[in-house]
Design a protein around this ligand. Sequence first.
Ligand code: PBG
Length: 323
Amino acid sequence: MFPLKRLRRLRKNETIRRMVRETRLSPDNFIYPLFVTYGKGIRKEIPSMPGCYQESVDKIVKHSKEIYSLGIPSVILFGIPEHKDEKGSSAYDEHGVVQKAIKAIKNAVPELYVITDVCMCEYTSHGHCGIIKNGDVDNDLTLEILAKEALSHVNAGADMVAPSDMMDGRVKAIRSLLDSEGFGAIPIMAYSAKYASSFYGPFREAAESTPQFGDRRSYQMDPANRIEALREVELDIEEGADIIMVKPALSYLDVISDVKQTFNLPVAAYNVSGEYSIIKAAAKLGWIDEKRMMMEVLTSIKRAGADIILTYFAKDAAKILND
Ligand code: PBG
């Protein structure tokens, strides 16, 4: 009771604040997303994502060394292929950009843990995350192709695969194929609760994966739903997911918290492109303190319950944390 209880006592200086701090960020928590493109010597900055690049394999290898030297343990790869078609066939091409990048990275920096995004949207001419039938993405036709894509990544040396398409049953389809091909030890990180979000805008510019018609609302979740996220996560766990993800992060901290409290698997959260771009843009205008806002945002995602954070801020944050 006041004045016997004064919570300000433990806020007096940085030393005591450091001692009672509840949430601690570390570069160990980060996965850094990379965009692999075809060609050689290419490193093209993404206009809406300053500090992020589309890079050819040779440049990605150099970049991967820098990432690992900052203490970041892992990257997730997205591909920008030379050819797109209706069925996204370059997604499982053994000579595809992602497959080449995996081999080159694992060769140059074997300790760097290479995760791949498994989805069709970067490889289809229509930009949707699966095979189109009667004007919509056909769930079951897509499963087989996703499993083939995942297998081709693992064959190239990927350490983990991360399906992001939101088809029903894809974790099981991928798990079954990997197991039957002798890859029972490769984990799956499922984008389990992935919402149909406006925060993906800059990524679609980066990955050249904007849908050419319609939107993704027939497969990604309605931003208004919270209980449904638990059903999505539960099913992915039943199908064999090893890590479950909530995406985006900032507008869905309640979902991250629910998932963490309900299930006992590691939880990942994707601090997506729009969440990155709005901070970068405001910083450019001189309206905010970029570094403080970045650290506050990342701390809030961890505080909500995320064990792992996929973030374009990984390098900038690691530099601060390593200081
Ligand atoms: C592929 C995919 C997307 C993102 C990750 N994987 C885009 C989408 O679903 O449209 C978004 C990542 C980001 O915005 O940073 N399906």
